[in-house]
Ligand binder design. Structure first.
Ligand SMILES: [Zn+2]
Length: 129
């Protein structure tokens, strides 16, 4: 077993390895592959397999500069927004953007029409929550 790990480490030398982008794709691939329990047909499963192959291709790739750039893109434009979306309290709050500056705002649900003042630009607007 020690020998195998050594050989694996030798094999991975100079290669990209499983970065956040790879792990994200493998996770998405798992969900898509098992989604055919709910969604009939092989369409989602095929996308899942493609994602999985691409994740392995990236992990074993020697073009680490390119892979690093892709990983940075993934973390800033997919993983971080996704995580902040998942961390929101959708049960008790309604989330929306300020129409003038785009700042994310939230207000407690079920209050009807309210007047919102943006925390960043102090623009006021009406919103139904
Ligand atoms: Zn604003």
């Amino acid at each position: 077993m020690g020998n195998f790990r050594y050989k694996m480490a030798q094999f991975m030398l100079g290669r990209n390895g499983f970065d956040s982008f790879c792990r994200g794709m493998l996770m998405a691939a798992m969900v898509l592959i098992f989604a055919d329990i709910i969604v009939p047909g092989k369409f989602l499963q095929t996308i899942g397999l493609v994602l999985m192959l691409y994740a392995y291709f990236r992990a074993f790739s020697r073009n680490t500069a390119r892979r690093y750039a892709e990983n940075t893109w993934y973390v800033t434009s997919i993983a971080t927004p996704f995580r902040s979306y998942m961390n929101r309290d959708h049960k008790n709050y309604r989330y929306f953007k300020c129409p003038s500056c785009g700042q994310m705002l939230r207000a407690p649900k079920g209050r009807g029409h309210i007047r919102v003042t943006c925390s960043r630009c102090h623009n006021t607007f009406e919103k139904k929550v």
